[in-house]
Write a protein that binds this ligand. Structure first.
Ligand code: SF4
Length: 340
């Protein structure tokens, strides 16, 4: 549904969008790089306010968040569009919108799910949280905030799953209603960000540091994209996480499979997954996980002191939790996370 956007300003007869670092400057009638924000009559509108294109009840482990109320159900929603354009996007059918599609496709004008309905559905389905994901919730920030406010009133938590490519001005407002973040740290090089995603590294690092400084729970995910993500980048990334955030921030290293426009790339070789795991552990990170790799031992949580499995997982399923009041049940070591 068409709705006035929240973050923009008038600039020399045009409109500058202030929601994300792409910082589109739009002349009358033109559409932003995300495909869903339009200058109409000198004002910026989003065409996808509440235009839900995807909704599902998932285990929180799928976000992935492994240290945030393990095993709970989270209603996950998305609207179309994205402000990044990753070559290998898994959800490209809903995230990559042709410019002009918003005018032609009645879905945008006619679809609107009121925030209270989303929250009601979450409660009905026994969810403890709502996640904003699949596409990037940055481009539906206004709607996310409204849903999240109502969710909070009903005692639900809010989870933002994002590439972290947004302005600090928007993030400050969003952060008021978000309890936990799953952020993609894709590369540690501007060149790779640009070539693969049409983005930049610096704004993502700023987002991560900001969220962390607010004391919100955060887990990071990196897709091991062959050729674009080098061992050197991984090392620098691991060191940066330890130095700028902390050794307890969970890091999910996920296996790449080709999608969308990335069929020229192979899946991540298994040995590169193991290698990445060792790089992360050598940097001193306590909780490192390998994802998209069926039946691997690095999908469980191990106590950093006694090395026993404190959360045993099989894929997204929790088989056992051995944490009591935030501590390892075997040796009492504190395991960082949000457990209640
Ligand atoms: S949100 Fe969309 S319109 Fe706004 S700056 Fe980013 S890409 Fe451009």
């Amino acid at each position: 549904m068409k709705s006035l956007a929240r973050w923009w300003k008038e600039e020399k007869g045009k409109v500058r969008c202030l929601l994300c670092p792409v910082a589109c400057v739009l002349s009358e009638g033109s559409v932003g790089s995300c495909g869903v924000r339009v200058n109409e009559g000198g004002r910026l509108y989003t065409y996808t306010y509440g235009s839900l294109i995807s909704a599902a009840v998932d285990p929180v482990e799928k976000k992935p968040l492994f240290h945030f109320l393990p095993g709970h159900r989270t209603l996950t929603i998305a609207t179309p569009g994205c402000n990044l354009h990753c070559k290998g996007c898994q959800n490209w059918e809903i995230s990559q919108i042709d410019k002009g599609e918003v005018f032609e496709n009645p879905f945008y004008r006619e679809t609107f799910l009121p925030p209270e309905v989303v929250v009601e559905k979450a409660v009905e389905n026994g969810c403890r949280s709502i996640s904003y994901s699949y596409s990037d919730p940055t481009i539906f920030a206004e709607y996310m905030i409204e849903v999240a406010k109502l969710a909070k009133e009903r005692g639900l938590r809010n989870i933002m799953v994002s590439a972290g490519y947004l302005s600090l001005a928007a993030l400050e407002e969003i952060d008021e209603v978000i309890d936990a973040y799953s952020i993609d740290l894709k590369f540690f090089s501007d060149r790779s960000y640009k070539l693969y995603s049409k983005g930049r590294l610096e704004p993502v690092l700023k987002t991560i540091k900001f969220v962390f400084s607010r004391g919100k729970w955060i887990e990071l995910t990196t897709l091991l994209v062959p050729q674009y993500l080098t061992r050197e980048q991984l090392r620098s990334m691991a060191d940066w996480i330890v130095k700028e955030l902390g050794d307890y921030v969970p890091w999910h290293l996920s296996r790449f499979f080709p999608h969308y426009r990335a069929y020229d790339l192979p899946p991540t070789p298994q040995e590169d997954m193991e290698d990445a795991f060792l790089i992360a552990k050598e940097a001193g990170l306590k909780y490192v996980y390998l994802g998209n790799l069926v039946g691997n031992e690095h999908e469980s949580t191990y106590c950093p002191r006694c090395d026993r499995a404190v959360i045993l997982r099989e894929g997204y399923r929790i088989l056992a939790v051995k944490i009591d009041k935030g501590r390892c049940k075997f040796c009492g070591y504190p395991i960082e996370g949000v457990w209640e």
